[in-house]
Ligand binder design. Structure first.
Ligand SMILES: Nc1ncnc2c1ncn2[C@@H]1O[C@H](COP(=O)(O)OP(=O)(O)OP(=O)(O)O)[C@@H](O)[C@H]1O
Ligand SMILES: [Mg+2]
Length: 289
């Protein structure tokens, strides 16, 4: 069948270049793949091409060269409706997403298009607001909310549609530490309990090991590293050469190893991992005494 490409990926990009109309080359030779139920981080500094990449997933932008496919079929005009049902996109700036008079209308809009109405629609609106911790916000205007609240309304409106893939551009950007921790926990729950695949862009290195199984590192429009989270963060020299740092916990472990005689069995990437390694070490020490 025309338009079909042989692949197992939910989202698959092959040799993709993208040039903006002014000639700026935002993406170069991108090979990218997301498997069902995976949690994928796209990590890169400002201007790396993360938001451009995401806009190619659901046909908001078309590649200058190469192919973008979703569920094995090339993204083209006749396939856009289905692609946009499959992939729920939460933009970097919620003001690009929100347009309704009330939070309830904002979330109901997509549901109406799916044919939902009446009590069933109210239930889904309630559920989506509860999941993002905004129950009771139904009648507020999205434009009068704080930045973090707007981000959560945008997420609720996309989540309500129960997409197969949730694509989030900087989901923790502009959030306070508690707000960011809540979003991290929420995305984890959505992935585990609803089986929704998560793809997110960030330059917050510390959040990546908490949120992702697989990482693609981008710089200047190219993917410079990709693979399981632990493997990517073990490439310390490559990351530093691209002006990216390690998660703070990994940096602390590196300093402790350099300045003392303590050896971590592998580089811890989260506080939880470091604590476990430290306690295991203590237990072993006690056993030797
Ligand atoms: N509409 C546009 N026209 C021309 N160039 C653009 C346009 N949008 C983005 N660019 C350029 O494309 C490159 C990639 O931008 P993009 O917004 O994809 O990066 P990003 O990784 O999302 O950055 P950030 O972390 O700041 O959000 C940048 O050099 C940017 O200046
Ligand atoms: Mg961006």
């Amino acid at each position: 069948m025309e338009g079909l490409v042989a692949s197992l990926g939910l989202i698959e990009l092959s040799k993709v270049d993208f040039l903006y109309p002014d000639g700026a080359q935002a993406l170069k030779g991108i090979d990218f793949s997301v498997k069902p139920r995976e949690r994928v981080a796209v990590l890169g500094p400002n201007g790396a091409g993360k938001s451009t990449l995401f806009q190619l997933f659901n046909g908001l932008l078309q590649p200058t060269r190469g192919t973008v496919s979703v569920k094995g079929r090339v993204v083209e005009k006749s396939y856009l409706k289905e692609v946009r049902r499959t992939i729920g996109m939460v933009f970097q700036d919620p003001d690009d997403q929100l347009f309704s008079g009330t939070v309830r209308q904002e979330i109901a809009y997509g549901l109406l298009n799916l044919g939902l109405a009446g009590r069933r629609m109210d239930e889904v609106v309630c559920w989506a607001l509860e999941v993002v911790g905004l129950s009771g916000f139904e009648n507020k205007s999205p434009f009068n909310l704080s930045g973090g609240e707007k981000k959560r309304v945008a997420l609720a409106s996309v989540l309500a549609m129960k997409p197969e893939v949730l694509v989030l551009d900087e989901p923790t950007g502009a959030l306070d530490p508690i707000g960011a921790a809540k979003i991290i926990a929420l995305l984890d729950r959505v992935n585990r309990e609803l089986g929704i695949t998560i793809v997110f862009a960030t330059h917050d290195v510390d959040s990546v090991p908490l949120m992702a199984d697989t990482v693609f590192v981008m710089d200047k429009g190219e993917i410079i590293l990709s693979g399981p989270t632990g493997e990517v963060f073990s490439q310390k020299d490559v990351l530093r050469a691209h002006n990216l740092r390690l998660p703070r916990v990994a940096h602390l472990a590196e300093l402790l190893e350099r300045d003392g005689d303590y050896r971590f069995p592998s580089s811890p990437l989260t506080i939880g991992q470091a604590k476990k390694m430290f306690l295991d070490h203590k237990t072993k020490e006690k056993g030797q005494k």
